[in-house]
Write a protein that binds this ligand. Structure first.
Ligand SMILES: Nc1ncnc2c1ncn2[C@@H]1O[C@H](COP(=O)(O)OP(=O)(O)OP(=O)(O)O)[C@@H](O)[C@H]1O
Ligand SMILES: [Mg+2]
Length: 315
């Protein structure tokens, strides 16, 4: 049997992440490694968050591997790996600090994932792996076929990464029903982007318990803004743009969210809601959503009356 040196994450002791809030000292992660997750809808800035961390770690001794299903990163960080063999070579020589892996789905990912795990196992030099659109490579439940193998591999990254100096960051569209719970159960850096759907709050709320952060705080986040949960606590961050992205992408303008202020604005907003949607708003659903949104009894009554009026007009 080959003897393995006991891994010491010395690079972690001095490394720091700057995600737009207070500095995140990776010394606090030296015994666990980094398992990061960013959750948010399209355009909320998840990929940028992963790239920012990848760039910062690449500057502090890691080789960052970007798993890119959208084929958008080659133009930013140079030609993608042509084969799992090339990836393994690059992880041995470590002369390129950021490596792009194009993988549109689990099947394309698996051989590269195996190469990463194998390189981590053999060399035990710090690797950071950013898996974008995690839901493509990790399934909630045990599944057969390539998605099952990809899910197992990523769970291996999570479970065995610590001793192999392999750190992980995944982006996902939603908090539940996307990636395997092993990832969520072990994550130690969490970025929550804007949430527009009040019904997801029930699954998110435990995360925010004791923090005084409410659904409306999460609902009003702009692109690039996240609630960041790290070993240092929770804070709202306005994330800087990753270097490579800031050269080509425009900073997103924060959409102004305002409540309709006069009758014609209300009427326009109301008429944009299709009838079946309004009809689906049963008393129970309205009560639930009102409770989640923290409405007063008077607001509930006004809302219920407006709904009845609109339904009366349409049917
Ligand atoms: N920190 C930021 N500050 C300002 N603008 C940002 C920031 N992060 C992202 N953006 C803007 O939002 C756009 C979308 O960002 P990004 O691609 O990271 O989002 P995403 O959540 O990965 O979206 P998708 O799910 O579509 O891949 C960027 O092209 C950029 O214009
Ligand atoms: Mg993205």
């Amino acid at each position: 049997m080959t003897k393995r040196p006991v891994i010491r994450r010395d690079e972690m002791l001095t490394a720091v992440l700057d995600l737009g809030g207070g500095p995140i000292d990776l010394a606090d992660y030296a015994t666990t490694g980094l398992v990061g997750v960013a959750v948010g809808p399209r355009g909320s800035g998840k990929t940028n968050a992963g790239l920012l961390i990848a760039e910062q770690l690449a500057d502090q001794g890691w080789v960052s591997v970007l798993v890119d299903p959208e084929l958008e990163l080659e133009s930013l960080y140079g030609e993608a790996m042509s084969s799992p063999g090339e990836l393994q070579r690059c992880l041995r020589t470590r002369d390129r600090k950021i490596l792009v892996v194009c993988a549109k789905d689990a099947e394309e990912f698996v051989p590269y994932g195996e190469a990463i795990l194998e390189a981590a196992d053999t060399h035990r030099q710090p690797i950071f792996c950013m898996i974008d659109e995690g839901q493509l490579f990790s399934a909630v439940k045990k599944r057969k076929g390539e998605i099952g193998r990809a899910t197992d591999l990523i769970n291996d990254f999570v479970g065995r990464g610590r001793k192999r100096a392999l750190d992980l960051f995944m982006t996902a569209l939603r908090y539940t029903g996307t990636v395997h719970r092993e990832v969520f159960a072990n994550k130690n850096l969490t970025l929550i982007g804007v949430q527009e759907d009040p019904t997801v709050w029930s699954s998110l709320a435990p995360q925010f318990r004791g923090s005084k952060i409410s659904f409306s705080d999460v609902n009003s986040l702009s692109p690039g803004e996240f609630f960041c949960f790290s070993r240092q606590g929770v804070e709202k961050v306005k994330m800087p743009m990753a270097g490579a992205l800031s050269k080509v992408a425009r900073r997103a303008r924060a959409p102004k969210r305002v409540l309709p202020a006069n009758f014609s604005q209300w009427a326009r907003a109301m008429s944009a809601i299709p009838l079946p949607r309004l009809q689906a708003l049963s008393d129970d659903v309205v009560s639930l959503m009102g409770a989640v949104a923290g409405l007063t009894p008077q607001q509930m009554v006004d809302g219920a009356n407006a709904l009845q009026d609109e339904l009366g007009l349409r049917t």
